[in-house]
Design a protein around this ligand. Sequence first.
Ligand code: GDG
Length: 472
Amino acid sequence: MTGRSSYLIVANRLPVDRTIEPDGTAAWRRSPGGLVTAIAPVMQRRHGAWAGWHGAADEVLEPFEQGGMNLIPVPLSAREVELYYEGFSNATLWPLYHDVVAPPVFDRKMWDSYREVNQRFAEAAAEAADEGAVVWVQDYQLQLVPAMLRKLRPDLRIGFFLHIPFPPTELFWRLPWRRELVEGLLGADLVGFQLPGGASNFRRLCRRLLGLPYKGNEIFLDDRIVTTQAFPISVDFAQLDSLVRDPNIVARAKEIRMELGDPEHVLLGVDRLDYTKGIGQRLEGFGELLNDGRLRPGEAVFVQIATPSRERVDEYRRLRDDIELQVGRINGEHAQLGYQPVWYFHQSYDHEELAALYLAADVMVVTPLRDGMNLVAKEYVSCHHDLHGALVLSEFAGAADELRQAYLVNPYDVEDVKRQMLAAMRATPHELARRMRTMRRRVATYDVDRWASEFLTALESPASEPSTRHSA
Ligand code: GDG
């Protein structure tokens, strides 16, 4: 590695994936995904560094350079992957922060591992950061890092962004290690959330749990101020908008519709196979529309891409079985020769194919039971310069705060899901264009570049003086 960095990202994963070249040698390729696309150029411009796990358990790697960034691999043992990552991060925090839609596991061994791994990330960051550097810690896997890092390096400017919702006090209160987690986050100068509601949940929790006063966005500690603020994450609008104008993508979108039997309506869902995403709820709605006869046989198909995710966590195994049973039932009852109502894919696709699918779909169905933001909704909107296409969107996705012209639904209300899916299918082109135009304006203005630069600007500007301390 070439010296210390004045800008550093700390995230569970490095922004690269290892690939095996045809000659058998290993190489690193930038990972797909919004976060990497957003932050990588900023970091490259500033010659920044990125600390994170490289994806292989029990392997220790030296720092290396890739695409103008210093990459600092943080090792994890197989047992830590099980306890810290699959365990405390994804079987405890993930369900707890998503309205307890699955029961969280509270296990002391998992917590111990979470603490140990967070300490390792903090030490790696402390070693890599230059004097007075700006360090941006990402997401729920690393909530203890801000305080651990501040202890090691009080000279740093530390930011934290939570990509998932921050729950109401009543839910967070269940966590046996609630105090440690909140104190961990308060090590940051700036704690960012997707929505203002998450930020205010956090401030209220700090007052109730630690007796800390706050005013506006600022929480007052004895010797410093922590700023809390919403920064809704977004997508690379310009890149998607130009990708779907590529003749190859346009042709592929047409081909997809033909391969589906050229139905009147193509409905699409794209999600990691996760119980927070409400995949079962939307399929139930679609199945009932067929049962009720409100959809004619052959009139509509539902394409569900369910990207494999967290396959070693029990709850995810059960979910997969449930969804596959449900798809089988709907197809069993309603398929005809030459017509299959639900096309289900437990696979992942490259981003060109995904863009073609977005372009091919008349109705994008996004029905999470709780979601920090949901980038899929914003990606769909970015792909429809034709102003065709409708978005059915859960009120429980962060994106619903911005995309008010979507067909908003309560995913717990199957009649509502059915009604809005039908309304989206029956809407006139004029109505669709009116809604889509407004949504596109929003995503084009608040794109992912703006998200990253607003966060960094806020992090670099000092909070008000502690002398303005005030009880609220
Ligand atoms: C968390 C929060 C928040 C999906 N399948 C494929 C594929 N994807 C891409 C999508 C999208 C991303 O994955 C999923 O992002 P979401 O935002 O929808 O959901 P989470 O993974 O749960 O993300 C969420 C986000 O963090 C950012 O802060 O919005 O609320 O839960 O970009 O396009 N991409 C490719 N092939 C696939 O098969 N290439």
